[in-house]
Design a protein around this ligand. Sequence first.
Ligand SMILES: NC(=O)c1ccc[n+]([C@@H]2O[C@H](COP(=O)([O-])OP(=O)(O)OC[C@H]3O[C@@H](n4cnc5c(N)ncnc54)[C@H](O)[C@@H]3O)[C@@H](O)[C@H]2O)c1
Length: 363
Amino acid sequence: MNKSIEVNSSQSHYQCNVGQDIFTEEVHRILDRAQSSNCFILIDENVERLHGDLISQSFDEADLETYMMTVPQGEASKSVSFWNSCVNFLLENGVRRNSPVFVIGGGVTGDVGGFAAATALRGVPLIHVPTTILSMVDSSVGGKTGVNHSVGKNLIGAFYQPEAVIADISFLKTLPRNEWTNGLSEILKYGAIRQSTIFDQAEIFLSEDIRQIDEQKLIDLISESIQIKADIVQEDEFEGGIRAYLNFGHTFAHALEKSCDYKKISHGEAVYLGMLAAIELSRNLGAQITADPILKYRSLYRYRVSKEELSLNDLMDHMKFDKKRTNEHIRFVLLKEWQHPFLEEVQSAKAIRQAWSYALDNL
Ligand SMILES: NC(=O)c1ccc[n+]([C@@H]2O[C@H](COP(=O)([O-])OP(=O)(O)OC[C@H]3O[C@@H](n4cnc5c(N)ncnc54)[C@H](O)[C@@H]3O)[C@@H](O)[C@H]2O)c1
C-alpha cells in the first residue's frame, strides 16, 4: 500500500508520496495542476542512464515543452559553478514562475537542483524525486538546499520547501549496495533519536539480497522515516532547536569525511561511525546504553579506509571547523538514553578522543 506524508512549513504544505511505480501518475498529477506550458528536469547522470526511457516517456505523454539537464554524479556537482550552470539552463530556456522543476536523483542532485529552483526568479516550483534511500528518508524532506564551499560542506544555500516529493521505490532496483547502507545510517539515526521500532524494522537491510527486500516493508520503513523527519522539521523549521538532533553522529562524521578528503569514505559510512562515537561520548557523560542496536548492522559497512590511515589529531582539528561548533567548544548531539537526545558543548578533549578511539576500533 502506498503512503502519503503531509509536511507543513511556513512556506508551504506538501505531500511526500511513497510507493511503487507511482512516478508517471504523480508527474501527470503535478503537471495537470501546474497549468504551465513548460517544465524542467535536472537529473542525476546514472538515473538518466538507467531510468531515462521511463522518465522521458512519462513527460512525453504530457503535452508541454520539457527541458532536461544532466547532473554529473558525485559531490563535485554540489558547487557554486554547477549551481550557476543549472540556473543558466533554467533561465535560458524560459523558466517562468509556475514552471515545475523536477529534480531527480540522490541528495547531490536534490541539493544543487533544489538550490537552483530556490534562486532562479527567486523561487520556482520544486518537485523532489529522490532515487536513493538517503534522499528519500532525509535530504528531500525539510527544505535544505545548497552547495559546498572550499571551507566546508553545505555552507552556501537556502531553506526552500518543495511543492511535492515523489519517492518511488522502483528506482531503488538499480541502486548499488553501498548506497543502500549509506541510507541505512540516516534511518538508524531516527531509531537512535526518536523511535526504537526503527531498529527492528531496519532488519530488512540484513537480508541476503537487498534487491529482493519485501516491498511493503520497505515502503513502511521509508514512510515512517519521512514522518519522523517531517515531525522534527515542522517543530523547528530553521534549525533553532530540536532540528539539530538530526545531526546525531554528524559532528564526528563531517570530520571523518574531511580527513578522508571526501573520497575514501561516504557520508553514510561516516555517519555510522560518527553515531558509534556519539554513543561512546554519551556513555562517558553517564548514559547507560550499549551500542548493540547500531552494531547489529556493522557487517553491512565495507570500509575502504583503515584505522591506521587516520590521525586522531587531524580528526580533532577537523571537528573545530564544523558548522555546528559554537564559540567556545564543540557542540554534540548526545543521548541521555536511547531516543532522548540533547545538545552538549563538550569541554573534555580526552572524552572526545576516547569516543574517536571507540568508533575507530570498529573500522
Ligand atoms: N538537504 C538535506 O537536508 C540533506 C540531508 C542529508 C544529506 N544531504 C546531502 O545529500 C548528499 C548525499 O546524497 P546521496 O547519498 O543520495 O548521494 P548521491 O546523490 O551522490 O547519490 C549516490 C550515488 O547513487 C547514484 N544513484 C542515485 N540514484 C540511483 C539509482 N536509483 N540507481 C542507481 N544509481 C543511483 C548517483 O549517481 C550517485 O553515484 C550529500 O551531498 C549530503 O550533503 C542533504
